[in-house]
Design a protein around this ligand. Sequence first.
Ligand SMILES: [Zn+2]
Length: 588
Amino acid sequence: MQRLCWTVFLQMCIIGMLAAQPAIDKSRLFILLVVPEADTVTTTTATYRLSASTNPGNAVTVNGKQYNVYPSGAFCGKLDVAVGENVFTITASTAAGTSMSKTFVILRPKPMETTRRDTLMLEDALMMPTHDLWLAEGDILQVQVKGTPGGKATFLNGIPMRERPVSQTRGIAGIYRGTYKVKASDTLVSQRITFQLEDSVGNSVSRSTYARVSFKSNTLPVVGVTKGERPYLNAGLGDGRLGAYKFSIINPDIRLRITGKVGNMFRVGLTENQEAWIEDTYVDLQPAGTFFPSSLTGNITVGAEGNQDVVSMFLSDRLPYSTSQLSNPNRIVVNVYGAATNTNAITHQLTAKEITNVYVNQAEKSVSRITIELKSKQMWGYEIGYEGTSLKIKVRRQPESLKLKSLSFAIDAGHGGDNKGALGSTGALEKDVTLAIASHVRRILEDEGATVIFTRSDDTNPGMTERFLKAYRGGADLLVSIHANSIGLTGNPADTKGAGAFYKHTSHRFLSEFILKEMLRTGLDTIGNVGNFNFALLGPTELPSTLVETAFISNPEDEMKLLDDDFRKELAKRIVDGISQFLEYCDE
Ligand SMILES: [Zn+2]
């Protein structure tokens, strides 16, 4: 159950922007309601988190039920929410017998029901498609509409739909679905899909989608060229709070084969069998007749530029790519899409220090794969880009000295400014706690003679790309992003606490693990070391990175620790110890 919740609350913590709290005079008897975030909230869930506080030592009931009040004055729980209006009254009483109350309301609308059977109608609920679509030959248009059960539903001027069995719809009758495979000759220009529902005596009613659909068999695929700062390809259309899973961070001026569109996301055909998605703001479409991206791979040179090892591969076109990593030995794998391998020479110039071997093969049709073997047991990062149309993979060497004083560390305090992050029961804000811990980490590192790049030093919220570029362009050797965790809106804050660490790329796992192990020496519980984590600062391959969720600010026990500056100092010390142990491991 804990595992199930993680993604929800982590995402809350990372994106979290909850409503501002009014100032409260804590010298008087008070009740501070933190979650729910307003005196009236609406939910579709059967439970709701309660996080609140009062003067320490008070007794608290909610609708007559006694709650545990922590030494900080925090109290919390999981409220049962029935369909309809749920009124909750918190009463806080002092030892002297004075008391006050605060009332709040949680509304839970009725769940969806079958459309009335006595009137022929179609509804907006459950209507699909929900986003504008560009479809090409062979694509399947999938549509859905909800209306009076037992009718005859059609779309696109007469294509029949089927009513779904109630066994598949949680008992709701009258949900109709249909599909249509787009033909080469089909054209449809930004049209709403109109549904028609007819009853047994020939009455009919119609309704149209808000989404507009285009059949573009005659104009798709089309060439698109990337633009903007660090455009990226997503693997799919996931829409969690962290966004879709990032498949590859690419560069401007890369040519893509655009094969369709859903909402604001272009579909990219990387190969016949593989696709990715990119936001339309990152793409300029090219005129019809523009040649599609493709290239033979040319010769490869392995050498050095400055203090980096560099692999250069000649191509005639700037093709999209993706990268992954393998260990034992450490290898960087780069797939180049639209490429046919034609490399007749891989010249090792004998100047490379980190790269031990490079080879290239045709991984599948139109995918040329470069594999780079490395010497060190830790990867220190690599950057993939183009010079002209030559693909360059710049590999960072292990720093010559792995002493703290010889290195540069990017320390990122999560959230800031309007982005408060997660909330504690006493009104503690994640953005303040992260900055306090990060500032201790900074001082400890600087006392050791290390260089620290702070992504924010005040109450502001730089964007993720801005934070990353500040770290990377500032010459950071590694990056640690500091956060505090939170349970989601349906759980009991008392149930989940402890530290966690997160990484995305497999080569960053040990940095994460060493820091987590050290943090646990403070006595914190743990939720573990979590890989493949789709947090924006962990996506870049340019330097090792980790996200540490120090403790659960939503948990009253953890919150008390996070508000204790001595504990924060100890935690900061442990984070630096973890970094030191990671460096020793690299040096062995
Ligand atoms: Zn956070």
